[in-house]
Design a protein around this ligand. Structure first.
Ligand code: GUN
Ligand code: FE
Length: 470
């Protein structure tokens, strides 16, 4: 396959670099509903000047023939080969932990945080260090197909603003939160907010920077980010809950991740993490909770009532959580769920890797893992999800969790998309010509690697075309 458009319609070194105002013909795969794949082979997507999808026409219709003819006459028809899927949404990334990816994973969470994470995050007092890591991270995530990310940054205002700037410049959609942590019992002296006033003022300062950025145009939004209940005092949690009520913006935190975290919350508050967050005003329609492995049935009901969402991080859960998130239960109760890599709790920045682990973890939960127990008593029946569900969660599910119009090929959605080339020379995907629609997409999601992701667009423009970060 070639990425040179041969006709008279497009010219220049990157013929697919700017697809705004074009009508795109291609093989589109999306999962608007959990578990249900929709393929639009030969379908047309009309992209507006604003980078959003203006119209979708299925092959074979009269409308399709008319649009294709008119677009060709106007020199606006672009034919893309390969497979196109919506851009991937990573609902849980610790940006400052990128240099920690793959390190220290043999430790329990509370040790890992104190020994590795906090000392690393403290280094982001150095704005230039922050700039170089964050530019690298954003470029790498985009190249892997992550077009939207929900980020925890460090507790430095300047460094967090650097992350927001890196996303805006690279045209990655993002929510960026300056992490808040003031509890002297749980946070080291070298990495702690001095007061409630500091945590709140710093959160406001980052939000003001994001709002004032001249090139922002909706790419980046702020998010209130108490690290997790153990790292914040009650006064701080109240103050951030009040701020969430005042500004109506998003909130993110970790919830009931591990035995230790769950037990800590129970001992300190006398009830579950979920109930505690609710009492502090931090459980809203705009809240995204990372992990949630130990949330009980009644917690799940409370979450569903409040309309909050879960960032399911199956890879990180395998290392730190002592449990598997009951994903199927959450979906059946109507809780919005997306997927997160949890860099660096999970040792991979790949959303495709996260989809794979979502399926694998759900199968282990269903069947159990202890061979000494009888098969019938080993697992939790009904817990498995398939790849089409994982694909939905990584795209439309993530978009829904953030209330952003991304993740589907439908009118009004941003044209954030990936092209997967099954024949990419250095790729790892092999097709044999006998694949059903589902098998074709599953093969791509299970076997494609970075080399197969040849193009990534946000708002109709190809990302990664500028200079690579130093
Ligand atoms: N809980 C509090 N902070 C963190 C973090 O940085 N990573 C993970 N996985 N869990 C946390
Ligand atoms: Fe995390």
């Amino acid at each position: 396959m070639t990425d040179q458009w041969p006709g008279p319609y497009r010219s220049g070194p990157h013929p697919w670099a700017d697809l705004r105002n074009c009508v795109l013909s291609g093989d589109w795969f999306h999962a608007p509903v959990a578990g249900r794949l929709e393929r639009m082979a030969g379908g047309l997507l009309e992209i507006g000047a604003d980078g959003r999808i203006a119209a979708v026409c299925h092959a074979g219709s009269e409308e399709h023939r008319t649009l294709a003819r008119e677009a060709a006459q106007a020199g606006r028809l672009v034919t893309l080969d390969g497979l196109m899927i919506p851009g991937l949404v990573d609902l849980h990334v610790h940006a400052p932990q990128y240099p920690q990816l793959g390190k220290g994973l043999d430790q329990p969470l509370e040790v890992w945080l104190q020994r590795y994470t906090f000392p690393l995050e403290a280094r982001y007092a150095d704005r230039l260090f922050a700039r170089s890591v964050y530019r690298r991270l954003v470029a790498d995530l985009l190249a892997g197909g992550t077009t939207t990310a929900l980020y925890f940054a460090s507790r430095h205002v300047e460094a967090t603003c650097e992350l927001a700037d890196a996303c805006i410049e690279a045209r990655q959609r993002a929510l960026v939160g300056r992490v808040v942590m003031d509890n002297p019992d749980q946070c080291p002296d070298f990495y702690r907010d001095a007061s409630v006033a500091e945590g709140v003022a710093a959160t406001r300062a980052v939000a003001a920077h994001i709002a004032a950025h001249p090139a922002n145009a909706g790419w980046v939004r702020p998010v209130i980010t108490p690290r997790f209940l153990p790292s914040c005092t009650d006064d701080m949690l109240h103050a951030l809950g009040d701020l969430a009520g005042e500004c109506g913006c998003h909130v993110q935190t970790h919830c009931a991740e591990s035995d230790w975290a769950r037990d800590y919350g129970q001992a300190r508050f006398g009830h579950s993490d979920m109930e505690a967050l609710d009492r502090f005003g931090l459980l809203t329609r705009h809240t995204v909770l990372a992990h949630g492995n130990f949330i009980t049935a009644s917690d799940m009901d409370l979450l569903a009532r409040r309309g909050g969402a879960v960032a399911h991080c199956p890879l990180s859960n395998a290392w730190f959580a002592n449990a598997v998130f009951p994903l199927r239960v959450a979906l059946d109760k109507g809780v919005r769920v997306g997927l997160g890599t949890d860099i660096a709790g999970g040792p991979s920045a790949s959303m495709m890797g996260t989809m794979r682990m979502t399926v694998a973890a759900s199968r282990m939960l269903r069947d159990g893992v202890d061979p000494d127990r009888p098969a019938a008593e080993r697992g939790r029946p009904g817990s498995a999800v398939d790849m089409m569900t994982a694909f939905h969660l990584a795209t439309a599910g993530g978009g829904d969790a953030l209330d952003l119009p991304v993740g589907r090929f439908a009118p009004g959605q941003h044209f954030d998309a990936l092209r997967i080339d099954p024949d990419a020379p250095l790729g790892t995907m092999r097709l044999w010509g006998d694949e059903s629609d589902e098998d074709l997409l599953a093969t791509a999601l299970y076997t494609a690697s970075r080399a197969n992701i040849t193009h990534v667009w946000t708002d109709g423009q190809q990302t990664g075309q500028g200079p690579r970060p130093a």
